[in-house]
Structure formats: structure tokens, C-alpha cells
Design a protein around this ligand. Structure first.
Ligand code: NAI
Length: 465
């Protein structure tokens, strides 16, 4: 049935890409609706991804700290006990307040939430349930979904995705994590801290593929010291659910003798795929690329004029902040303004302890591109604030152009790395040289001084080492 209400923009999907696009479009005076089938707004990130995982990472870090690290600072606590139910309640209330917050922002900006599943019926119409709405522009921001492996069925009980791993009723004795990427390490770290014996199985010869190799080697060393076990260059060829748990069959990545690994819980974290099912894209002729992502041009337009796509459903890193920035720029372009996003300057953060954070090019990329570069490195061990915090693992590494000194990449493993990367990203956004960072006054004593010292080290003149 055709609904008499018509819009300038209908956004399908209320994750960080979609809801931010809707807010910006409404701010710019466009009549905007956002279609969302989940009972709450915020998409994967707010409901079952970034936000609940950060709540669990934070809470489990405090648990670990109370049990193992406070005594060294002279803080004596009695026996530390885990109240998993209370921890989950904290996580759920964080999710609730965040998702409700988006609902408030929709009301404030007069964005209509069209509840249900959106189907694109033509370039100018979107159907939600039995209602069909007319709109000038359609924005697809449906995000991504979990990928599994052949023969492994995610039941969210014994074999879980990140969603199930954020909602376990008890701490598993043994947890097997398939995939040494971001989700595998973050959630593996949570359950290791809460008492599980965690084994990460990774197909490649390294964890965190795509990040600077030196960071991933250091991360593996640190996590191993924390008790996480790794099986690299290993593939999972089968999973059998038993009364007690799951028996995984493992083989060397190149093939070879099979072995069995038994676990109470198996977390599958081998990546995500664009979520386009049920949108009716094939009927309206929206083209996908070879990896099932919606093809877009530099203005986020798909192969069909009037239909746009942003976030995990198109090419680029599957990160909330990338989707948000695309949402803002697209809304501004739809309102007749212009926008720009530098895909080289999207920071990536792994929220383990210590954190890992990167922006710009890795050494591997610079080598492959034949770029002549200089390296400046400085360890947290030589920083007063890090010592005061008893958090001295890791380093900052700055890569700068050998001739012009422009910063090309910054890679951090250490305390607050995810916060520190902000300074590096801003510096790079403004085209800074390492000399610019080195000459900027940094407050003392802060962790940021490690960035300054790494910048000085690019020119071979760090002060405190
Ligand atoms: P990922 O792409 O980060 O890591 C997947 C890992 O699984 C890779 O190391 C890959 O080599 C490995 N793998 C693939 N097939 C395998 C197999 N058959 N056997 C063993 N290992 C295999 O994907 P992940 O961790 O599932 O995360 C999904 C997406 O969500 C990513 O794009 C990630 O960036 C994003 N995310 C970002 C977070 C953050 O920014 N902190 C947090 C969580 C997720």
C-alpha cells in the first residue's frame, strides 16, 4: 500500500553508518526516515558489537587488575570473586542507554523510525511491511553479518559468533577461538581474564593480518605471556558437537596430520560479509562486486541513480567510524554540499590490554610500494607516566618519508594506544612531518610523550633513552 508520506531520504539500517547519515541529513533540512528491523536502534555496533564488547573488556580488565595487579601498587584487596551476572547486567545497561540515546536523537531531529524490514522496490520507493514509501534518495546502510566456515554451524550456544560470546551464561573452562583477528583477540582476552583457557587458531602465520607486522609479533608475545595459546598456520576442518562441548579437527594450513582440540565453547571469528539479503537489490539492478559488496562510485552512488550505499556493505575496512564518516559525507552531498574522506587515515584499534592502534601505512605496505622511509621507535618502558601506571609494555613506531619527513604511518602497542592514535591521525590529516610532532609541546608526564619521543627518534635524537 502506498503511504502518503514521502521523504527526501530513506536510510535502510540504523547502525553507526545509517543512523549518523539520517541525523546529518535531518540537520541539513532533508525529510528523513530510517528503516530498522531490530527492536532497538544502533545496529551491530551498539547492540552486539563494539559497545557491549567494550563494556566486557573494561569490566574484565578491572577484574584482572583487582586479582593480579593492584597488590603491586600497594592496594590490598580481599579474595576477588567474579559475579558474571552483574557484569552482564552492566553490559546490557550500557547497550540499553546507548540504543535509547539514538532513539532520543531521532526524535530530536524529527527522523521517522520505520520499524520493519526495508525492501527497495524501485529507485524511488522503499517497502516496509505492507507500506510503500516514496523518497528522492535511498541509502543502504545494512552493515555486515558473521561468516562461518564450511561444516561449522554457529548455534550461538556451543559454537558462537561474537554475539553469543558476549552473552555466555558461565565462564567456559576451555574456549577455542577460530581466527586471530580483532574479534578473536578482544573476546578471547575477555574470557581468558575471566578464567577460561583460550586457544586461538589462525590460518595465517601471524595474528592481526593487515596490521604492521612488528605490532602483531609484539601482540602475540604479550598475549602469550598473559596465557593465551596460539596455533598459527592451522586450519579447522571439522567441528563435532558432543554432550560436553565441541571437538574441533585441526590440520596444518598446508595440509597434514589431523589433531583434535576439545573445547566447551568455540568462537568463530573469521570475518564478516556484507549484509544484502532481502533488500531486493537484484530486482532493481544494484550491482555487487566479486566479494558481494555493493559497488559504489566516489559519491557512494550504486549502479542505480538515486540509490546509495555506505559502511560495511561497501568496500573498505568494516569499522563503525568509517561508516559514520561516510554517512555524514553522503548526507552533505545529498544536501548539495561536498565532502571528502581520506581512506588512508582511518585509524584501527584493537581494544585488548595493552591496546593496539594504527593509522596510515604499515612498513610492509611502504616496502611493497617502494617508498623510502625512516623509522622512529620509542618504548613505553622509558616513559615516566607508563612506569607510574605499571604499564610499560609496548612502543610507538612512526614511519616518515625519508626525504620529506612527512608522517606516513603510526603504529602503537601500549597503554591507551587507542586514545594516543588520535594525535597521530590529526597530525597526519594536517600533513605533519615527524619534526612537527617532535616540536609540539607535550604535557609531562603523559603517555603522549612516547609519541613525541618516537617522532624525535625518526631523526635519531630521542631524549629519554
Ligand atoms: P578479521 O578479518 O579481523 O579477522 C579474521 C581472522 O580470521 C584473520 O586473522 C584471518 O586470517 C582468520 N581466518 C580466516 N579464515 C580462517 C580459517 N578458516 N581458520 C582460521 N583462521 C581464519 O575478522 P573478525 O575478527 O571476525 O572481525 C570482523 C570485522 O569486524 C573486521 O572487519 C573487524 O575490523 C571488525 N571489528 C573491529 C573491531 C575494532 O575495531 N576494535 C572489533 C571487532 C570487530
Amino acid at each position: 500500500m502506498s503511504n502518503p508520506v514521502s521523504y527526501d531520504v530513506i536510510v535502510i539500517g540504523a547502525g553507526p553508518g545509517g543512523y549518523v547519515c539520517a541525523i546529518r541529513a535531518a540537520q541539513l533540512g532533508l525529510k528523513t526516515a530510517c528503516v530498522e528491523k531490530r527492536g532497538t536502534l544502533g545496529g551491530t555496533c551498539l547492540n552486539v558489537g563494539c559497545i557491549p564488547s567494550k563494556a566486557m573488556l573494561h569490566a574484565s580488565e578491572r577484574y584482572e587488575e583487582a586479582g593480579h595487579h593492584l597488590a603491586a601498587l600497594g592496594v590490598k584487596v580481599g579474595p576477588v570473586a567474579l559475579d558474571l551476572k552483574a557484569m552482564m547486567k552492566h553490559k546490557d545497561s550500557v547497550v540499553e542507554s546507548n540504543t535509547k540515546g539514538i532513539e532520543f536523537l531521532f526524535k530530536k531531529n524529527k527522523i521517522d523510525w520505520l520499524k520493519g524490514e526495508g525492501v527497495v522496490t524501485s529507485p524511488g520507493t522503499v517497502k516496509v511491511g505492507s507500506e510503500e514509501y516514496a523518497t528522492k534518495h535511498i541509502v543502504i546502510a545494512t552493515g555486515s553479518d558473521v561468516v562461518s566456515l564450511p561444516g561449522i554451524i554457529i548455534d550461538e550456544k556451543r559454537i558462537v559468533s561474537s554475539t553469543g560470546a558476549l552473552d555466555l551464561a558461565e565462564v567456559p573452562k576451555k574456549m577455542a577461538v577460530i581466527g586471530g583477528g580483532v574479534i578473536g583477540l578482544e573476546l578471547g582476552a575477555v574470557w581468558r581474564r575471566l578464567g577460561a583457557e583460550v586457544t586461538v587458531i589462525e590460518f595465517l602465520d601471524r595474528i592481526l593480518p593487515g596490521m604492521d607486522g612488528e605490532l602483531s609479533r609484539e601482540m602475540k608475545k604479550i598475549l602469550t605471556k598473559q596465557g593465551v595459546q596460539f596455533k598459527l598456520e592451522t586450519k579447522v576442518t571439522g567441528a563435532k558437537t558432543t554432550a560436553k562441548g565441541v571437538d574441533l579437527t585441526l590440520e596444518a594450513a598446508k595440509g597434514g596430520n589431523a589433531e583434535t582440540l576439545s573445547a566447551d565453547i568455540v568462537l568463530v571469528a573469521v570475518g564478516r560479509k556484507p549484509y544484502v539479503a532481502g533488500l531486493g537489490l537484484d530486482k532493481v539492478g544494484v550491482a555487487l562486486d566479486e566479494r558481494g559488496r555493493i559497488k559504489t562510485d566516489a559519491r557512494f552512488q550504486t549502479s542505480v541513480p538515486g540509490i546509495y550505499a555506505i559502511g560495511d556493505v561497501i568496500a573498505g575496512p568494516m569499522l563503525a567510524h568509517k561508516a559514520e564518516d561516510e554517512g555524514v559525507i553522503l548526507a552533505e552531498m545529498l544536501a548539495g554540499q561536498s565532502g571528502h574522506i581520506d581512506y588512508n587515515l582511518i585509524p584501527g584499534v584493537v581494544y585488548t590490554w595493552p591496546e593496539v592502534a594504527s593509522v596510515g601505512k604499515t612498513e610492509e605496505q611502504l616496502k611493497a610500494e617502494g617508498v623510502d622511509y625512516k623509522v622512529g621507535k620509542f618504548p613505553f618502558m622509558a616513559n615516566g607516566r607508563a612506569r607510574a601506571m605499571n604499564a610499560t609494555e609496548g612502543f610507538v613506531k612512526i614511519l616518515a618519508d625519508a626525504k620529506y619527513d612527512r608522517v606516513l604511518g603510526v603504529h602503537i602497542i601500549g597503554p591507551e594506544a587507542g586514545t594516543l592514535i588520535g594525535e597521530a591521525t590529526l597530525a597526519m590529516e594536517f600533513g605533519a612531518s615527524s619534526e612537527d610532532i617532535a616540536r609540539t609541546c607535550h604535557a609531562h608526564p603523559t603517555l603522549e610523550e612516547v609519541l613525541k619521543e618516537a617522532a624525535l627518534a625518526v631523526d635519531g635524537r630521542p631524549l629519554h633513552i
